[in-house]
Design a protein around this ligand. Structure first.
Ligand code: DSN
Length: 426
């Protein structure tokens, strides 16, 4: 077969884009070369429906080994008892947990998408809001912090079957114990979606959900710096307290119900090549290098937040505990859309984001979300955060000055040459 140069040329352009720009999308990162290499391997050819040691296909002895390694390593990372590494994404992980514990029409309570939540936490345009009956809590207008009083009030009134915590655009830590308390009171499960801060939780830099939440889900490609994918974890496997039954009417351990919800419930054949890459990434997370990386993420985010505040930017909640911050641009007379589009021209990549109580549509928004995991992987430290904020500010204060924006693009390009990305790829 002839090499498809057309596609490889486009991939090369994407590599150049990643190399030359400043990547501030809070949910993105750069995997190690070996994680990427493992994703392009012969295991993509293999069908392996089922789980290690109990598959529906022959020839699974080697994918069994890598999948078991991935399971063992992620359990060690979080010091937890159960892991399913097959979800193709965070959305699939969340869908699997909800499928395992809910019937259509059951109630779920999650953080409102417009307040920093996620589509799979009950948004009406997502399966979670269509199949189940969604209810929401938000954040306080004055502080930007989760409104736990509202969460408790709605939980007591609606008695949901599950309370979901975790967010896509929330810069503060969570009070998992408080959520569990009200969940026990109303007879609900608690699911923590830690897709964003998972890497910081892994290293004890943020509160751990495992003691208080029945289920923990995550993506593997954000702060965990692995391949694109999802995982489901439990601190402790447990007999299901509400007597949920499998399809044959048997009451099963939660681990069995979760495994069955992923396959055959939501997915078919697992992506064993991606699972091999997950195994490598999880091994990397166990290293001292990764511990230093996770600490630097938090240091960088705090340095960046301070630099933004010094320039008069309004950060929701005033700062950050984790890897990201949400900035309300209304005092700068800018929309998130305009900011994102103009920064793109300067090769600074981030996303527009609704801010709590936003008066603009999700296509326009009043804010931007800024995250540091990717630039921290590039090797930036707290001293570089000022330079990055200076670049952003110069663009945002001159959105209609094309020459100025182009000048920043040149400066960004020059600046990024000191942080090589995948030099082995030539
Ligand atoms: N789309 C992801 C993010 O950017 O946060 C969440 O799934």
């Amino acid at each position: 077969m002839q090499r498809d140069q057309q596609v490889f040329d486009i991939i090369q352009k994407e590599l150049n884009r990643q190399r030359n720009g400043i990547e501030l999308i809070a949910s993105e990162n750069f995997t190690s070369l070996q994680v990427m290499q493992a994703m392009g391997n012969v295991m993509t050819n293999k069908y392996a429906e089922g789980y290690p040691g109990r598959r529906y296909y022959g020839g699974c002895e080697f994918v069994d080994e890598t999948e078991q390694l991935a399971i063992d390593r992620i359990k060690e990372v979080f010091n937890c008892e159960y892991a399913n590494v097959q979800p193709h994404s965070g959305a699939q992980a969340n869908a699997s947990v909800l499928l395992a514990i809910l019937k259509p029409g059951d109630k779920i309570l999650g953080l409102d998408l417009s307040m920093g939540g996620h589509l799979t936490h009950g948004s009406p345009v997502n399966f979670s809001g269509k199949l189940y009956q969604p209810h929401f809590y938000g954040v306080h207008k004055e502080t930007g912090l989760v409104n736990y009083e509202q969460l408790e009030e709605v939980a007591r009134k609606e008695k949901p079957q599950v309370i979901i915590c975790g967010a896509s655009a929330y810069s503060r830590d969570w009070d998992y114990a408080r959520i569990r308390k009200v969940a026990d009171e109303v007879g609900a499960f608690v699911m923590a979606d830690i897709a964003h801060p998972a890497g910081l939780i892994a290293k004890g830099l943020l509160a751990s959900p495992f003691e208080h939440c029945h289920f923990v889900t995550s993506t593997t490609h954000k702060t965990l710096r692995g391949p694109r994918g999802g995982i489901i974890l439990m601190g402790k496997d447990f007999e299901n307290p509400f007597g949920l039954k499998d399809v044959k009417g048997n009451i099963r351990m939660m681990s069995n119900l979760l495994d069955m919800a992923v396959f055959p419930g939501i997915q078919g054949g697992p992506l064993e090549h991606v699972i091999a890459a997950k195994a490598i990434a999880f091994g990397e997370i166990l290293s001292d290098d990764y511990t230093r990386y996770a600490k630097q993420i938090q240091i960088n985010a705090q340095a960046m937040a301070k630099a933004f505040v010094a320039k008069g930017y309004n950060i929701i909640s005033g700062g950050t505990d984790n890897h990201l911050m949400l900035i309300d641009l209304r005092n700068k007379n800018l929309t998130g859309k305009k900011a994102q589009e103009t920064l793109d021209k300067a090769h600074i990549t981030l996303n527009k984001n609704s801010v709590p109580f936003d008066d603009k549509s999700p296509f326009v928004t009043s804010g931007i979300r800024v995250g540091v995991p990717a630039i921290t992987t590039r090797g930036m430290n707290e001293a570089h955060m000022q330079t990055v904020v200076d670049f952003l500010d110069k663009v945002l204060m001159n959105v209609d000055d094309a020459a100025m924006v182009n000048g920043v693009a040149d400066d960004v390009h020059a600046f990024m040459q000191q942080f090589p990305l995948y030099p082995e790829l030539g």
